[in-house]
Design a protein. Sequence first.
Length: 373
Amino acid sequence: MVTLKEAVTKSELKQFVKFPFSIYKDSPCWVPPIINDELDTFDHTKNPAFKNAKVRFFLAYKNNVIAGRVAAIINDIEINQQNLKKMRFGWFDFIDDTAVSEKLLLKVAEIGRANNLAFMEGPVGFSNLDKVGVLIEGFEHMGTMITWYNHPYYQKHYESFGLIKEKEYMENKFPFANAKPEFFAKANELVKRRYGVKPINFTKTKEVMPLADKMFDLFNDSYASLSSFVPITDIQKEYFKKKYIGFINPEYIKFVVDKDDNLIAFGIVMPSFSKALRKMKGKLFPFGIYHLLQARKKSKDVIFYLIGVHPEYQNKGITAIIFNEYYETFKKKEINYCFRTPELEENIAIKQIWKHFDPVIYKRRRTYRMELK
């Protein structure tokens, strides 16, 4: 028999966070989250996403043992400002038992109907900077700190419940050796002269912070046209600055400004923390911070997290400037492989940006949808 319990107390939320450790303990590709960091994400006093979202966390029990979990999310900005009557769900993990997954999905559907929402979609997070999509191809590749990993049986559970494909995302990779300067070095100089723009590089995190708000504003402008985009609020900007900027090597953040020093483009790359996180097993202490710092300093793999270009400068070759700056940085760092975060299958523009690097699709993931009638 499967029963549900809402996780409300700190102890119950810790059980919610730690559940995947039990079903992935033997997986060589799963990358565990930092437990305390995940708890902060679910703390309404710390995560400003809760100011614009209602979230409930559920644990499924089979024979009195935790067998699954799900977060049911209602994003008020999405519903009230964009008129998108969507019931979100994420952090959806379960043993290979449809009775467990169905019980959790039925609860999500029940909450959606009670709030007069039109459909449910997942797995997604609170916002556009959260993890997205269930993995459907590429299970043999190690996960990252900014994606969910899952067992192959998950897809079967989504589809047996009656959920259908909503969006598909691709993850690409390429060796740094594929970055040939002839594809962007000349264009870099031409674009700088033609538009009077210039790159800004950083050596210290404190140099980035005064410009971080402008970067998030540009992120909102750059991605506003993508489906189901929810803009980052001012409060969330502060939260993301504290949570992410310190993780990123300042030399991996690249800005481009116009002749009046207005920010028109940016790139954010992160060192790969996957191997470090596996060694940490979810804990910062006593040695977790050491593993993170070592990866930040020595990782030879990098993840292209975000590239944003102001709509007025899109399709004008601005990315050639960003790539040229990264090329010089990565050459000094002796980077081996470049990975990209999940990108929408329909995002043709991003495919054009990367075409000269001969990227290989090595993972695919999806969100699934069901009408709530």
